[in-house]
Design a protein around this ligand. Structure first.
Ligand code: GPW
Length: 788
């Protein structure tokens, strides 16, 4: 094992020989890169050992195909998982540097939008911790999710540039490259079907090792970058056409240039379909190549290969795998479908109709002519095997990627118990009837290494002192904390850790222009801005509460800081109006001398993984207030509960399971159920009825409309008092009531802390280790290995 001096020497070595810098002139980024290389060196051996063990034991490999991996920073994760925090700290202290500053220099790898991408990142870490042989496959976007700033309260987007600095973690693999074609034609030649694409790009692999807890195992995240077949058009250059000469390169590279910034909406753009096929096709070829290097019988494929589709974004894997097996390996199409289905499984993450991918048959035929034919064959084969039913893979001239993924998967899963039941009753009702054993549930989870151990060192130290350190990779051991909820000394220590985290956050927010009282209740809603997540319900309630305080400032109110964080898709006008409203309300409320000590609104810009790691440990109240039936699971909700925040929430997604586990008495429930939501929408004028019945709601909406927070918010008021599809008005009254219950509970700080302890103690089930074990058992039929 490396010793302290080893790490210090290695950092110095890399500073000099990898970065060409002398310690006297090194900048913080040089130190950070030197540490990254020194840490990466320590990952390589366990990484090789894991690969050797998988080959030696002929283990089944899991391939997780995802358009998004929302990783955040990698360095701290690696240092923590290798148990090198103390050594690294000592190494930098010797150079008068703080490890925190060094770690804080790393840009976030923001190759994802929100929950779906962050889930993929938590899964990678858990797969390595468990020792499940696995690869993540995705796209090496040059630009991740845009940077958000505010100008006069409105969201401004600017490009994200994580690759301007060297990316210390990855290994470029120019030898691992595949030619990916698009367009062209399909012919029958000598009894064989041959697709001849009209254009092609090269997919080149970049590998990032992902080290698990205690360095026992490491897997690979393989991201594909698009390159031109021919770098440069010399003829055009020589003819003086310098722009034209660079055109092929630009066109090819466009495919991996940017992450689409839409969360839970389907843009239906040609470039997006190209991205989807690009990384899926490259991954499948890589998977087959690896399989064929070990086995010569393709019938063994389902025994050795499990391919998980993270939503339908890689669903073209169905037809593409059939094409590879049938057209290129000579298998009969029906057999190829069966083998492909044995390997593939599909996770659904939403029931929102606007998020269910559909591609026009015309576009599909133009870009992927052979795949369009195979989709028709898959559809026909499914209809033959399941006669007299009305399921089709196409509708109104569109290919439906959900039904296609379902038909090509041996298991289909939802991401929370409620969501899985709703899948069976709604979008996949007919397919579920035909294949009653196919849909299973795998409730999401989060990695405790990042979301408790690294993000919340104070709480972690307290837990370890109380129950030992076994909880880090066996999170259900947190239940041993339960009796300590009744121990005053423990509660005080728990409250002190939270208070210190709040003080850190108060400093951070103060530095960014919002001064807050660290003794006020910290109430946090952080997630993508979306109507179904109802940030507008939260801000309207904030306005109503502010009005009540102003009426009677001396009535003994519980001081609160309302904290928001999140980005809106650049094209989502309504979500951007919500952002503008929150900032406008903040401006008015935060400068109100009557209420300033009782209510503040903070909205730090550019919410990302790193900011989440700062906010969650300091949160006391977690806002999980989506319209019931709309949030498939949520994963932020789990991070808050683990860090001792209480939830105010609806019966939606995994909130249901959180409440079951932490106990109804430790959870602030409000709002309609999914069934009631559906019924309420049928009520003529439901929004206006709710407004008429609640003068507080009416008064808050009137204030917005009359310009108390500036002009331009009529759209929000009109929506909430008119169509109100997400039932903000109808859930307002109960939300307001629940918030007053929250305050009543908070007034007794010690009783609140007891509830907070119970939230932590009873949330251990939400580890992504548990989720991954569920997939291994029910979906992948795969086993964990030990590295040699
Ligand atoms: F629409 N989710 C997301 F289902 O973050 F594809 N982005 C997406 O594009 C989709 C889903 C998609 C989220 C869900 O909204 C959230 O409820 C869930 O916890 C998360 O995926 C992980 O399952």
């Amino acid at each position: 094992m490396p010793t302290k001096t080893d790490l210090r020497d290695d950092i110095q070595h890399h500073l000099k020989y990898s970065l060409g810098k002398d310690a006297g002139h090194a900048q913080i980024t040089d130190w950070r890169l030197a540490l990254s290389y020194a840490i990466r060196d320590r990952i390589v051996d366990p990484w090789f050992a894991s690969t050797r063990a998988t080959y030696a034991q002929k283990g089944k490999r899991v391939y997780y195909l995802s358009m998004e991996f929302l990783i955040g920073r990698l360095l701290e994760d690696a240092v923590v998982n290798l148990g090198l925090m103390d050594e690294a700290e000592a190494a930098f202290k010797a150079n008068d540097l703080s490890l925190d500053d060094v770690l804080g220099d790393e840009p976030d790898a923001a190759l994802g939008n929100g929950g779906l991408g962050r889930l993929a990142a938590c899964f990678l870490e858990s797969l390595s911790t468990i020792g499940c042989p696995a690869y993540g496959y995705g796209i090496r976007y040059e630009h991740g999710l845009f940077k958000q700033s505010f100008h006069e309260g409105r969201q401004i987007e600017s490009p994200e540039d994580w690759l301007t600095q060297p990316h210390a973690w990855e290994f470029e693999r120019p030898e691992a490259a595949f030619r990916i074609g698009f367009g062209g034609s399909v012919e029958e030649l000598g009894g064989k079907t041959v697709w001849t694409p009209s254009e092609a790009v090269i997919a080149e692999a970049f590998d990032t090792p992902i080290i698990g807890w205690e360095g026992r195992w490491a897997n690979t995240l393989r991201l594909w970058a698009a390159k031109p077949e021919q770098v440069f058009d010399l003829d055009r250059f020589n003819a003086g056409d310098y722009y034209g000469a660079a055109e092929p390169e630009n066109l090819a590279r466009t495919i991996s240039r940017v992450l689409y910034p839409d969360d839970t909406t389907d843009e239906g753009k040609r470039l997006r379909l190209k991205q989807e096929f690009f990384f899926t096709a490259a991954s499948l070829r890589d998977i087959l190549r690896r399989f064929e290097s070990e086995y010569d019988d393709l019938e063994l494929l389902p025994q050795k290969v499990a391919i998980q589709l993270n939503d339908t974004h890689p669903a073209i894997a169905g037809p593409e795998l059939v094409r590879l097996l049938a057209d290129e390996k000579g298998m009969p199409v029906e057999k190829a479908i069966e083998i492909a289905r044995g390997c593939l499984s599909y996770t659904n993450h939403t029931l929102l109709p606007e998020a269910l991918e559909r591609w026009s048959e015309g576009l599909m035929r133009d870009l992927l002519p052979r795949h369009m034919q195979l989709i028709e064959e898959i559809d026909a084969a499914h209809a033959r095997e399941n006669p007299s039913r009305g399921v089709t893979m196409t509708d109104d001239g569109d290919v439906l990627m959900g039904p296609l993924a379902f038909a090509m998967a041996h298991k289909v899963n939802g991401v929370s118990a409620l969501h899985t039941e709703l899948m069976k009753e709604t979008v996949f009702e007919e397919l579920h009837r035909l294949h009653p054993d196919r849909i299973v549930n795998q409730t999401n989870g989060v990695t405790p290494r990042r979301w408790v151990l690294s993000a919340n060192p104070r709480l972690s130290a307290l837990i370890t002192e109380a129950i030992g350190d076994g909880w880090v990779d066996d999170l259900e051991r947190l239940s041993k904390l339960e009796p300590m909820a009744d121990d005053k000394t423990f509660r005080d220590a728990f409250a002190a850790a939270k208070r210190a985290n709040k003080a850190d956050l108060a400093n951070y927010l103060g530095d960014r222009g919002t001064n807050v009282d660290p003794d006020a209740m910290f109430d946090v809603q952080i997630k993508r801005i979306h109507e179904y997540k109802r940030q507008h319900l939260n801000i309207i309630e904030t306005i109503a509460h502010w009005q009540e305080i102003k009426d009677n400032p001396g009535a003994g109110w519980v001081p609160r800081v309302k904290i928001f964080g999140g980005k809106a898709a650049p094209g989502y006008v309504f979500a951007k109006e919500i952002i503008h409203l929150i900032n406008a309300v903040a401006e008015v409320i935060n400068t109100d001398a009557d209420t300033g000590h009782l209510l503040k609104v903070a909205y730090p810009a550019n919410y990302n993984v790193t900011l989440a790691e700062r906010l969650i440990p300091a949160a006391e109240l977690s806002e999980q207030i989506s319209t019931a039936g709309k949030e498939a699971s949520g994963t932020g909700n789990m991070k808050f509960a683990l860090n001792g925040a209480l939830t105010v929430g609806t019966l939606d997604g995994a909130n249901v399971e959180i409440r079951d586990l932490v106990g109804a008495e430790n959870f602030f429930l409000f709002g309609m159920t999914a069934d009631e939501v559906v019924k309420r929408r049928e009520v003529e004028g439901h929004a206006q009825k709710a407004i008429d019945a609640d003068p507080r709601l009416k008064r808050a909406l009137d204030a917005i409309r009359s310009g108390t927070f500036g002009p331009g918010f009529e759209g929000i008021v009109d929506n909430v008092s008119g169509p109100d599809y997400f039932l903000v008005a109808s859930d307002f009254t109960d939300f307001y009531r629940a918030q007053r219950e929250v305050e009543k509970a908070y007034a007794d700080q010690d009783a609140w802390t007891r509830m907070a302890v119970l939230n932590t103690a009873r949330s251990g089930w939400f580890s992504s280790d548990r989720t991954i074990r569920g997939y291994m058992r029910d979906v992948w039929y795969s086993e964990a290995l030990a590295a040699e």
